[in-house]
Design a protein around this ligand. Structure first.
Ligand code: TYD
Length: 212
């Protein structure tokens, strides 16, 4: 038996959570018992890592250290939670996974992409999602709109960071179109319809039929 592994990716505020909550409800209505996870987190070790990496006091964390912290959380999650759940035939939905590290630490922070991919492969023991949904948002829409005209250095830096991140995601999705689906920002119900359409084939193979 082997389950279905779905991940959601995108910049901050791309609406992943709304879609994941809806997908979980639709799967339950279809008679499944999906496992919903988030990264970093999902295990005691992972939640500890989450506290470290998201704590604003740790702003100056070295990018390599940051990468390895995310990878540590992921290694624990994939080995002790995701792989066993898939082996027992469950649907696993993860809010962020290895692609987030390529996007944020690789494209965003500028670390060597191959190095980051190597760390990911090691941390996940090569466990790759069946399907990855990219909720694509133009960061200048959200961030610039909310930023005063005289943005300070950090705010400006943040926009360029998010612009690099978005370009990175789009590049990753284009390089592996059989795994990724890009869904542009829109009303939540329009995005939801696109999510259902994207996942229908992979769920159909597992004998699951989702009602939109
Ligand atoms: P979170 O509050 O979960 O944000 P979101 O709702 O956008 O997922 O915080 C996770 C943050 O960590 C988010 O800014 C993305 C970042 N992140 C990385 O930089 N690298 C990673 O590998 C992962 C998993 C997350």
């Amino acid at each position: 038996m082997s389950g279905v592994f779905i991940t959601f990716e995108g910049g901050d505020g791309s609406g992943k959570t709304t879609q994941i909550v809806r997908l979980a409800a639709a799967l339950r209505a279809a008679g499944c018992d999906p496992l919903i996870l988030r990264e970093p987190g999902g295990t005691i070790v992972g939640e500890g890592v989450r506290e470290i990496v998201l704590d604003p006091r740790h702003e100056g964390v070295d990018p390599v250290a940051e990468t390895l912290l995310f990878a540590a959380s992921r290694a624990q999650l994939s080995a002790t939670v995701i792989a066993p759940a898939l082996a027992s035939g469950r649907v696993v939905i993860c809010d962020r996974y290895a692609d987030s590290t390529v996007a944020y630490q690789g494209y965003g922070r500028g670390l060597d992409l191959e190095m980051v991919r190597g760390v990911n492969a090691w941390a996940t023991r090569g466990l790759v999602p069946d399907c990855t949904i990219l909720l694509d948002v133009d960061p200048t829409e959200g961030i610039v709109a909310a930023t005063p005209a005289e943005a300070d250095r950090l705010e400006r830096e943040e926009i360029t960071f998010h612009t690099r991140l978005r370009a990175g995601y789009l590049e990753m999705a284009a390089a592996e179109p059989e795994r990724w689906t890009i869904i542009p920002r829109d009303r939540a119900d329009v995005v939801w319809a696109a999510v259902v359409a994207a996942l229908a084939p992979v769920f159909a193979r597992a004998g699951i039929r989702l009602d939109a």
